[in-house]
Design a protein around this ligand. Structure first.
Ligand code: XIL
Length: 372
């Protein structure tokens, strides 16, 4: 990212002038929420001509209580991902009792605003209900496998026809490329991954089924291991449609080869998506750090745009006030494209500008369901 800094400083100055009217689009008074017309300069409108979907993770408490949050969610984005409310601990807090209410509200919001939904996530080691983590160590493999199967089938069935992309398996690998030592691996062995895709496909044959992970944006042991896995799943006829690259970046780490890495997965006849983009830095943010953050957003979006099978670009929350980063990475933040007051930052304008300048990017054809 350091390479781009001098160039971006110039670009940014220009942006700040050109983009003034757009901040009005994002302001609370914007009339765009809930309607089907979106300002021509919104991210979703700018991405539409090349068939690219721009998404955000959604905090459903904010969505219910904050009109500004709601307006921006509706007007800027063409897909939404539930940040938490489709996770197992939320949908089945007590064994055998489902609570789909918050997730259903988000799906209804998406439909009212002509948005697609990324379902997140079916099989993960984290945010599991406590009844499950408490009981799992004593369960037989058959018993645990039946529980996982039921979970995947019930959840995918509940949302059948309403989910564009499912993150079927999330974060199954360690950074060194070995499989994560989760309860799933421990009890069921590595075959749980293929099984989960088969069950999800059985429950909703039209949903696009994704493997999703972090630190796989650049080549290295983890990305290579995911590549080997998905290649072998495809070879075995397992119904996998895509790979999600979370893309949680930090200005202190370089991002050498995102585009070519996305392309090698796409060359396996898989869709790819950037699913959880944010670019954090140490606080307080210096001008140099913000330039690097701007570069990070530009680079990640341009890489997706250049790869025809990159069908969506999703930020993990759009405003710094609701970002997961400060709570997880000590001393870091400012990772999103709007500030705490919902004012667009230079990072927002960088996305807008990349879309404006990228009208010649290949048109995506992978919006519907279907494999191959
Ligand atoms: C995070 C949420 O943003 C937080 O609100 C929650 O407390 C923990 O999970 N990778 C993922 C996401 O796949 O589900 C995580 O979301 C962030 C990392």
């Amino acid at each position: 990212m350091a390479l781009h800094r001098p160039l971006l400083a110039g670009v940014l100055g220009l942006c700040a002038v050109l983009a003034t009217p757009v901040s009005a689009t994002a302001a609370p008074a914007s009339p765009h929420a809930g309607g089907s017309s979106h300002h021509a300069d919104s991210l979703r409108s700018l991405a539409a001509p090349i068939g690219l979907r721009i998404g955000t993770a959604v905090n459903t408490d904010q969505l219910a209580s904050n009109a500004t949050y709601r307006n921006i969610t509706a007007s800027q984005f063409s897909t939404v991902t539930p940040e938490n409310v489709m996770k197992w601990e939320v949908v089945e807090p007590t064994r055998g009792t489902y609570d789909w209410a918050a997730a259903d509200r988000l799906v209804a919001f998406a439909q009212a605003n002509h948005q697609l939904v990324r379902g997140h996530t079916l099989v993960w080691h984290s945010q599991l209900p406590s009844w499950l983590t408490a009981a799992a160590p004593q369960m037989s493999p058959d018993e645990l496998r039946a529980i996982l199967r039921q979970h995947v089938i019930d959840q995918v069935t509940h949302f059948k026809g309403q989910i564009w992309q499912w993150d079927v398996v999330n974060e199954a690998f360690n950074d060194d490329g070995t499989l994560r030592d989760s309860i799933w691996l421990q009890k069921l062995g590595p075959g749980y991954i293929a099984d989960a895709f088969r069950w999800a496909h059985q429950a909703d044959p039209k949903a696009k089924l994704f493997y999703n992970d972090y630190n796989i944006e650049y080549t290295g042991p983890k990305s290579n291991a995911v590549y080997a896995l998905v290649k072998s799943l495809k070879a075995q006829g397992v119904p996998i449609d895509g790979v999600g690259f979370q893309t949680h970046l930090d200005t202190q780490y370089p991002l050498p080869d995102l585009q070519s890495n996305l392309q090698r997965f796409a060359d396996l006849r898989l869709d790819v998506a950037e699913t959880e983009v944010d670019v954090r830095t140490t606080l307080p943010v210096t001008a140099t750090e913000q330039s690097a953050q701007v570069a990070g957003y530009t680079q990640t979006l341009q890489a997706c745009m250049a790869v025809k099978r990159c069908i969506s670009y999703t930020v993990w929350g759009f405003d710094d006030g609701n970002s997961w980063v400060p709570g997880v990475f000590a001393g870091e933040g400012a990772a999103t494209v709007y500030d705490e007051k919902f004012q667009p930052k230079a990072q927002y304008y960088a996305l807008q500008q990349a879309l404006e300048l990228g009208k010649g990017a290949p048109h995506r054809t992978g919006i519907g369901a279907g494999r191959g």
